[in-house]
Design a protein around this ligand. Structure first.
Ligand SMILES: [Zn+2]
Length: 142
């Protein structure tokens, strides 16, 4: 198996992905392994599909509802000025969504978060460092 997100889903299913926040019916919400933008999360569809439009019904609609619940929980916990959500998949073509909370004090507030991708590596966190945020978002989803 070569898809890195299928591998991450397998880890989550085995209880071995330490950044896991919450398991939905069709997806996993995970805290980002870097927190350049505090509260950055990733939501990964359990099944391997390249495009949102490839997902069969009713999974497609239910996954969208899961996305909304996840975004709402992150908003409640992080209190951003604006939530940025995006699904690209050019690097790993397995449906996943990025949640970037954006804050008032962000000097590049009007720019897409990806413009600072080179700085993400320097903001890596350990699962222990992420634990408080993981638990807060998890609790907001209960
Ligand atoms: Zn995959």
């Amino acid at each position: 198996m070569t898809c890195s997100l299928c591998q991450r889903v397998q880890l989550a299913q085995a209880g071995q992905y330490p950044y896991l926040i919450y398991e939905f019916k069709h997806s996993y919400l995970m805290l980002g392994e870097h927190q350049f933008y505090p509260g950055y999360c990733v939501m990964v569809l359990k099944d391997h599909h390249k495009e949102m439009t490839d997902i069969p019904q009713p999974m497609q609609v239910e996954f969208f509802q899961e996305l909304m619940l996840a975004s709402k929980a992150i908003e409640q916990v992080m209190g951003p000025k604006k939530m940025n959500m995006c699904s690209l998949g050019n690097v790993v073509p397995h449906v996943h969504w990025h949640f970037f909370p954006r804050f008032e004090n962000d000097p590049q507030f009007f720019d897409p978060p990806w413009l600072r991708i080179k700085e993400f590596e320097g903001a890596k966190i350990t699962p222990e460092e992420g634990l408080q945020t993981i638990e807060k978002i998890r609790n907001a989803l209960k």
